[in-house]
Design a protein around this ligand. Structure first.
Ligand SMILES: Cc1ncc(COP(=O)(O)O)c(C=O)c1O
Length: 491
């Protein structure tokens, strides 16, 4: 570990400003706490409020070069092995928005993994890019989508010779990690950058026990939701630019796009938390992660020992679309008990105040952080699962059956941007067949969008979504969650 990584220049500069009791003749109006509502002051404390310092403060992000802010971003780039890193204050969502806007300087066609996060689709709306979607590998048994296989990316790029980039997700919510080396090779062979939404994998750079992280495997632009597992404050994230990316995507265009997508008043607490989380990850990450990984391995064993339950783990590696497994979440397969994930999640809240990150029909996902509090949470989860299964009993037929694959997505009749901004109307679902959607419809399970803005709606797709709803699933993105109506483009 580089000794420099112990430094936290931005955190130190903001703390020093707060301590020296400056005349704060600038925003924010709470003036370091004195002007704050007493309830807020009591709840979050004067220490936090005094560190809430605006941008363009001398000695923090302006003044002698490199400023503490520049130095903090430089240390982050070194920690992740990037050529450059940007601190983001609007989450990994901002990273996706900026990535699309930067790519659009090169052209308008892009290959995108179909089950990308909604912020990637929003980026297509903002940038006006025309996507060619590539299907991730589907796990019909578990009812979830894994990652994109390199062959699938190769075929999509072949079909889109004008593409200026390839955009994939790894790891998934469920811990599947893509073959980034393979994907990077495919993208680079066609002269385009590989953008990886690694929102769920910021921690992977800090332990040899974990799969290789995307930058190290050859990705060019990596979106990293530092707040998720590494533990900076909610809404803070980073965007990393790879050493080999200069030929493929403009560093300056990424910089402009980051500026365009952020507030002119970035929150200093968020930025300081990024600086601190980076230092903690670089200095102590390996040891903290080793502890978390060991405790989660034990929790997995205990959950597997409960009749009716199984867990997702590195046995998944090698299945289509799963190159490796990231164990930093505990994904529980509940197909063997007489309740689905939607029913179990509230029961777990009732039984043990267990609040999960995500739940679907067949799988519950508990997320663990890099520096868990001695992992008491894992033991609580195991205990509550035991009690929940005792209450609901076992599935009489053994494991629940696998689910039917969704029909193919419709023809892209216009770009997501044209559909989003164009004239639109709301029509009964029965009259939406053949119309162009102005909104996304994504059924859970497995969460892959069935319809995106700009795509033509088919009778099969609408029937499939209705069927999923009737079986207790849900649809995300729809303005009418029961899908009695759909928002479509006026043609
Ligand atoms: C794959 C993926 N990308 C991006 C995001 C957006 O991250 P954030 O909430 O930090 O904006 C998420 C959020 O869950 C995600 O799962």
């Amino acid at each position: 570990m580089d000794e420099r990584q112990r430094q936290t220049p931005y955190l130190d500069a903001v703390s020093a400003y707060a301590r020296r009791n400056p005349a704060r003749l600038h925003v924010p109006g709470h003036k370091g706490g004195q002007g704050a509502d007493p309830g807020l002051l009591e709840a979050i404390g004067e220490a936090a409020l005094s560190m809430d310092v605006p941008a363009l403060t001398h000695g923090i992000d302006v003044g002698v070069d490199p400023t503490p802010f520049e130095e903090a971003q430089r240390l982050a780039a070194e920690a992740w092995g990037a050529r450059r890193a940007w601190f983001l204050i609007n989450g990994a969502s901002q990273g996706n928005l900026a990535a699309g806007l930067a790519l659009a300087h090169k052209g308008r066609a892009v290959v995108v993994q179909r089950n990308a996060h909604s912020s990637t689709i929003d980026s297509l709306v903002l940038s006006g890019m025309r996507p060619t979607f590539a299907a991730p590998e589907l796990d019909a048994e578990l009812g979830i989508a894994h990652c994109l296989a390199p062959e699938t990316l190769a075929a999509a790029l072949q079909a889109t010779p004008e593409a200026v980039g390839a955009w994939v997700v790894s790891p998934t919510y469920f811990g599947a990690v893509a073959d980034i080396r393979g994907l990077a090779e495919v993208a680079h062979a066609r002269g385009v950058p590989l953008i990886v939404d690694e929102a769920w994998g910021a921690h992977m750079a800090f332990s040899d026990e974990l799969p290789e992280h995307a930058l190290s495997a050859g990705a060019d632009l990596v979106i990293s939701s530092t707040h998720k597992i590494v533990g900076s404050l909610t809404q803070s994230a980073m965007l990393h630019f790879g050493h080999g990316a200069v030929e493929l995507i403009g560093e300056d265009t990424v910089d402009r796009a980051v500026t365009l997508t952020e507030s002119t008043s970035p929150n200093s607490l968020l930025l300081a938390s990024l600086d601190a989380a980076r230092s903690q990850a670089a200095v102590h990450g390996s040891e903290l992660l080793a502890r978390t990984i060991a405790t989660l391995a034990q929790a997995r064993e205990e959950i597997r020992a409960i009749e009716g339950l199984d867990v997702l783990d590195d046995r998944l590696a090698g299945r289509p679309g799963v190159f490796a497994y990231d164990p930093l979440r505990l994904a529980i397969d509940v197909r063997g008990v007489a309740a689905n994930g939607y029913e179990l999640a509230p029961l777990l809240r009732e039984v043990g105040d267990i609040n999960l990150e995500l739940y679907g029909e067949n799988v519950l996902v508990a997320v663990f952080g890099m520096g868990e509090r001695e992992l008491g949470e894992a033991a609580r989860l195991v205990e509550a699962m035991r009690e929940a299964v005792r209450r609901v009993g076992l599935e009489p037929e053994g494991r629940k059956a696998s689910f039917a694959a969704a029909p193919p997505w419709g023809e892209l009749a216009m770009t997501p941007r044209e559909a989003y901004l164009g004239a639109q109307e709301v029509v009964p679902a029965a009259r939406a067949v053949g119309r162009i959607a102005a909104e996304s419809l994504a059924t859970y399970p497995p969460g892959i969008p069935n319809v995106l803005p700009g795509e033509r709606l088919s009778a099969e797709t609408l029937a499939y979504i209705q069927d999923t709803l009737e079986q207790g699933g849900s649809v995300r993105g729809a303005s009418d969650r029961l899908l009695h109506t759909v928002r479509v483009v006026v043609e």
